[in-house]
Design a protein around this ligand. Structure first.
Ligand code: SF4
Ligand code: SF4
Ligand code: FES
Length: 248
C-alpha cells in the first residue's frame, strides 16, 4: 500500500449528528491509522478532532472503530488493509460523541470509582504478607490493562442496552475485580462486589477478549472465575454437584 493513494472515510460531526467524509492520502511506509489522521489534519482538515497521547499503544486514548472493529489507531498499520481498499474510521459507538473521533468515556471513570482499591487483609493471624510467585503470575496479565475501553465499547450489554449503563460495570472492571479477588493479600469481598457490579448480565460471548489490544484473556481468566466463585457462594447445591463431578 506504501506510496499508493488511499481513500479514507472519516466520521465527522458532533453530538447533534454527522456523517462520513472521504479523504485521499498517499500512504507512506510504516504509516499507522493515527499517522493518516494526522496527515489529514495537516493537509486537508485541520479541525479534525482526534484524541491521542503516546502513539505507542500505552496510553489507551486513540481507540476508534476501524472498518467496524474497535482498535487503537496508533497500533493499526495502513499496510494491514488490502491495496485499493477504502478504510473507514469512526468514533467508538458506545460512548457519546464529543466531536469527530473523540468520545466522552467519562462513564468509565465513574465506574472506576465504584471499585474500591486494594484493601490489605490484616484480621487473620495467618496473614504473613506472603505472596507466592504463582499468585503474581496469575494476576500479572490483568495489570497490563491500558484502560483503552475497547472492551467496554464492544460489550453488547453496554453497547445495545443503555439501560445497563449504571448497573453493569463491564469487562474492564471485571478484570480489575478479578485482579483484586485473586490477590491473596486483598481482604475485601470482591465476589459480592462482582455480583453487585452486574456480572450476571455477561453471557460470555468473548467479544471483549477479541478486541483487547493487550491480549488479556478477559473472559476465560477474569469473568468466568468470578462467575464460578459467585455460583459457589450463592448456589451451594451447584457447588456440591461440581465437587462430586470433579471427584468422579
Ligand atoms: S464476554 Fe461478557 S463482558 Fe465480554 S463482551 Fe461478552 S457479554 Fe460483554
Ligand atoms: S481490558 Fe483490554 S480492552 Fe479492556 S480496557 Fe483494558 S486493555 Fe483495553
Ligand atoms: S496514542 Fe496512546 S495508545 Fe494510541
Amino acid at each position: 500500500m506504501a506510496g499508493q493513494e488511499t481513500r479514507i472515510r472519516v466520521w465527522r460531526g458532533d453530538a447533534s449528528g454527522g456523517g462520513f467524509e472521504e479523504y485521499r492520502l498517499s500512504v507512506e511506509e510504516g504509516m499507522v491509522v493515527l499517522d493518516a489522521m494526522h496527515a489529514i489534519q495537516a493537509t486537508q482538515a485541520n479541525d479534525l478532532a482526534v484524541r491521542w497521547n503516546c502513539k505507542a499503544g500505552r496510553c489507551g486514548s486513540c481507540g476508534a472503530e476501524i472498518d467496524g472493529k474497535p482498535r487503537l489507531m496508533c497500533m493499526t498499520r495502513m499496510s494491514s488493509f488490502a491495496a485499493g481498499a477504502t478504510v473507514t474510521v469512526a468514533p467508538l459507538r458506545t460512548f457519546p460523541v464529543i466531536r469527530d473521533l473523540v468520545t466522552d468515556v467519562s462513564i468509565n471513570y465513574e465506574k472506576a470509582k465504584n471499585t474500591s482499591p486494594f484493601q490489605p487483609a490484616t484480621s487473620s493471624p495467618d496473614v504473613a504478607q506472603r505472596l507466592y510467585q504463582e499468585d503474581v503470575e496469575r494476576i500479572r496479565e490483568f495489570h497490563n490493562c491500558i484502560e483503552c475501553y475497547l472492551c467496554q465499547n464492544v460489550c453488547h450489554v453496554l453497547r445495545d442496552h443503555s439501560e445497563h449503563e449504571r448497573v453493569y460495570a463491564g469487562p474492564r472492571f471485571f478484570v480489575r475485580l478479578a485482579s483484586l479477588e485473586m490477590h491473596p493479600l486483598d481482604g475485601a469481598d470482591r465476589v459480592t462486589q462482582a455480583k453487585e457490579a452486574g456480572i450476571g448480565l455477561c453471557n460470555v460471548t468473548k467479544c471483549c477478549t477479541e478486541v483487547c489490544p493487550e491480549g488479556i484473556r478477559i473472559t476465560d481468566n477474569a469473568i468466568i472465575p468470578l462467575k464460578e466463585r459467585i455460583a459457589d457462594r450463592y448456589n451451594p447445591v451447584g457447588r456440591l454437584f461440581r465437587l462430586i463431578s470433579a471427584g468422579d
